[in-house]
Structures are given as structure tokens and as C-alpha cells.
Write a protein that binds this ligand. Sequence first.
Ligand SMILES: *Cc1c(COP(=O)(O)O)cnc(C)c1O
Length: 222
Amino acid sequence: MSSITANLQQTLADLPKGVRLVAVSKYYPNEAIREAYESGQRIFGESRVQEMCTKYETLPKDIEWHFIGHLQTNKIKQIVPYVTLIHGIDSYKLLSEIDSQAVKAGRVVNVLLQLYIAQEETKFGFSQDECREMLAAGEWEKLTGIRICGMMGMASYTDCKKQIEREFCFLKKFFDEVKETYFATQSSFQELSMGMSHDYLIAIETGSTLVRVGSKIFGERT
Ligand SMILES: *Cc1c(COP(=O)(O)O)cnc(C)c1O
């Protein structure tokens, strides 16, 4: 058994029922994706628009493509026709621009609100207050081209398990608050995207429903 298949199966064995794997294939070639695909994996995550579009065009059409990177507004149009889930919504502007492209394309695009939970300044996302403000303003409720399906976050890159746990718990708590306040009757608001190769086990313990794992499956990116 080749290592991608073995790594994939090992990762899947760690996931309890209700937690799905996004195999993060950014920077890896089609052959690597094909191998995971042949082992049964169907959800792949990419962080660059051009790369995802090329892969979408050249790989099997039953793959679900998740966009997990920072999305520039001028590139939304390219992914709207086929993307399954956009994880990183960090402003109302981005949300409304996805909405208008989606309406034009006759689609409803599933999205997650990204929360900034790490101590590093390099990461994107709403602060809790910004997110509360955006939701309270209510403009988003008029958008018919998007469906908010939950939240996403990235913990600090650290070996300190306690800190990672704290950050994921913070996000889970906020997810529950937002669900109760705005989405109590919407079963589609149910995804909590957290956990990467080095911290997905902690993420699962703290309530993740979607883990985004790349290097553990495909090897170190070059
Ligand atoms: C690259 C990336 C991942 C996967 O990271 P690994 O450490 O390779 O598992 C997960 N989430 C986001 C947002 C990423 O950019």
C-alpha cells in the first residue's frame, strides 16, 4: 500500500462519526489527489483559486471542492459555479460579493464564517465582536445566494496543547452562541471547521465537524 493511501486510512480511522475529512491538496499534484480519490476520498481543500480551478477541470466531477484560503473578491466568480464550501468568510463585503456572483450563476453557495482565534497576527478572520456586529446588522439575512453553514478557525501554531484546546473551545462556544441566536431553526448551520495535521485530534475533542488535513496525508509540501 502506498503511503498516501495508508496515511489517509490512518487519518480516517481517527475520525468519529459526524466528523468529515477535508483532504488539503494545495500544492500537491493531480496524481496525489487521484490516489486519495481512488481510496474513496471525495472532499478536497485548496487555498489558491487558479490551482483549484485547474484541478477542478482536470479531475473527476464528483469531487467536492472546498476553498480554504483567503479569497480575493476579484476571483470569486471563477469558483462560484462549482465550489462546495468556502471556509474563510472574514467580512460582510466578501459575503455580499459571493452572494451577487452566486445569484448571477443561479446557485446558492455554502460558506463558513472565519473567526480569528490564534495569537498570531498573520491569520485572517472576524473577531468575536466584528462577527456579532455583522450578524446583528441583519443585512446578511437578505442574501439569497449564500447559505451560512457554520464557522471555521485556525489555532495558534504551537506545541502547547492547552493553548490550542483553549482556542478551539473558545470557537466552539462562540459557534453555539451564534447558532442559538441566529440559526436555531436552521439545520444547515452545523459545521465547525477546525483542526489541521498537527492539531486535528484536539479539534475533534472540542467539537470539530470538519478537519482540514494536508501534510499528514500527502507528505511535506515542497
Ligand atoms: C494548508 C492548510 C491546512 C492544512 O495544513 P496541514 O498542516 O498540511 O494539515 C488546513 N487549513 C488551512 C486553512 C490551510 O491553509
